[in-house]
Design a protein around this ligand. Structure first.
Ligand code: GRF
Length: 213
């Protein structure tokens, strides 16, 4: 039996996706991965309370704590290596990972985006902005995208998507809640699927290249 892949979840806020992932992994005796660390750029985000309640180590690392970007990058890499982290899951993480981290963990970093990429992604497209843009565009459907992380925002290869209808009269808040429900289903499943593939060394079938136009 292979060892479980050790996962670090990066999150900036409330952490409902952290919770969904952690609960799903903890409930599955055959889970291919386990969450061992929760990293945030914020001093005491809601996700840290969830992590502490689950007995998972929390760590704040922010560029503001370091004189230069390179030191921050080194500190992140050291923290991940010390804990033998094999996979990074971004769950509402409001910063870009430093390029050195993306490079070391290439194809082992997942992100979730609350829309159907390549629509409504990129810099500035987060939280309510995404759902406002979907409604303003008159889209009949939105959804959830899980993708690998590269050096840009929301451009890495897509590995899973789930569609969610946009209903007449939807406000951004109502649509966000419907999408979030799908996130909580899709993300744990996609993370476990990807972890299984990483464990078996299977080359996962992803569309190469950038998903953004
Ligand atoms: C989610 O909508 C996710 O798609 C986005 O940020 C939000 C995080 O929510 N990247 P939570 O902190 O997991 O509740």
């Amino acid at each position: 039996m292979n060892e479980r892949i050790r996962v670090a979840v990066f999150a900036s806020g409330g952490g409902s996706n952290f919770q969904a992932l952690q609960s799903a992994l903890a409930a599955d005796d055959d889970a291919p991965a386990e969450v061992v660390l929760c990293i945030s750029n914020n001093p005491d985000p809601g996700v840290f309370q969830r992590a502490r309640a689950a007995g998972i180590e929390t760590l704040r690392l922010s560029p503001r704590m370091f004189g230069e970007e390179a030191e921050y990058e080194r500190a992140l890499l050291r923290a991940l290596e010390e804990r033998r982290v094999g996979m990074i899951v971004l769950a509402g993480y409001m910063r870009q990972l430093p390029p050195g981290v993306v490079n070391v963990y290439r194809r082992r970093i997942l992100n979730i985006h609350p829309a159907l990429l390549p629509r409504h992604g990129g810099r500035g497209m987060f939280g309510a902005h995404v759902h406002e843009a979907v409604i303003a565009a008159g889209d009949a459907e939105s959804g959830v995208t899980v993708h690998l992380v590269d050096e840009e925002y929301d451009t890495g290869p897509i590995i899973a998507q789930e569609r969610v209808p946009v209903l007449p009269g939807d406000t951004p808040e109502v649509l966000a809640a419907r999408v979030l429900e799908a996130e909580h289903r899709l993300y744990p499943a996609a993370v476990m699927d990807w972890a299984r593939k990483l464990r078996t060394g299977e080359e996962p079938a992803v569309r190469e290249g950038r998903n953004m136009p």
